[in-house]
Design a protein around this ligand. Structure first.
Ligand code: ATP
Length: 237
């Protein structure tokens, strides 16, 4: 198929002498939601950080819209259309909600009011709280802000690192519903998750990472039906 938007080929990443990613390959088609599942330490965050060029790969290549971005600097990655909502949110607590959002549009000369309105539309809770200091938001609201900030650069592809981490089930549902809405506006999504059940319900396809290796991939339906996934990630025997 020719609609591959993003591709990782035989990617390897090390921290000193320790190999964290041991040669993984994956593809994302335009408009898809693809999830990377795995336990703690599997290498999910490292994969996303390497795509965003916050780490250098040891070898392998990363392609976006047919171009090689393996050595493209991080700020150019954002301008090209890939935006990253990091694990742990990393919002600026002493700035207001709106100031955090404006920082997310740093690749543009000035903040596009239409994008701000689009983001507030997706996250009405943030619109209500635009003048509140981000550090005083609840955990769920901070997660919304981290995703919203990543959207401010109007990405074609959004990288989401564990958006459900530390959230109550009802908030996980709300966040995942919004990710679906974001996808429906045409944004391609690469989602890293430990919450396999919620991620597989949302995603079109999934890759499973174990200690730096891809061990399984398929459509979400295939993975939900897989015995290995049921035992290891969905708590069923
Ligand atoms: P989690 O869900 O716990 O965040 P993960 O799947 O995202 O896990 P990574 O954070 O990518 O996993 O870590 C992959 C491996 O790389 C782990 O063994 C981890 O200890 C190691 N690692 C991650 N960051 C560093 C670092 N800065 N220096 C050395 N080793 C690191």
């Amino acid at each position: 198929m020719n609609d591959i938007m993003f591709e990782v080929k035989d990617l390897r990443v090390s921290y000193g002498s320790i190999a964290a990613i041991k040669g993984i390959s994956l593809k994302v088609r335009k408009g898809e939601i693809v999830t990377i599942l795995g336990a703690n330490g599997a290498g999910k965050t490292t994969t996303l950080r390497t795509i965003s060029r916050l780490h250098d790969p040891t070898s392998g290549s990363i392609l976006f819209k047919g171009g090689d971005i393996t050595r493209t600097p991080a700020h150019d990655i954002v301008s090209m259309g890939i935006s990253h909502s990091p694990e742990g949110r990393r919002i600026f607590g002493i700035l207001t909600v709106e100031e955090n959002l404006i920082l997310g549009s740093y690749t543009q000369k000035k903040t596009d009011k239409k994008i701000l309105a689009w983001v507030y539309d997706l996250f009405p809770r943030l619109a209500e709280r635009k003048r509140q200091l981000a550090g005083t938001l609840s955990g769920g609201e901070q997660q919304m802000l981290a995703i919203a900030r990543a959207l401010m650069s109007k990405p074609e592809m959004l990288l989401l690192d564990e958006p459900s981490l530390g959230l109550a089930p009802i908030l996980v549902k709300a966040i995942f519903k919004t990710i679906r809405e974001i996808s429906q506006t045409g944004v391609t999504v690469l989602l890293v998750e430990q919450n396999a059940k919620a991620a597989l319900k949302l995603a079109n396809r999934a890759y499973v990472l174990e200690v730096g290796n891809l061990v399984l991939s398929g459509t979400s339906e295939e993975l939900l039906a897989s015995e290995k996934i049921q035992e290891a990630y969905l708590g069923k025997k």
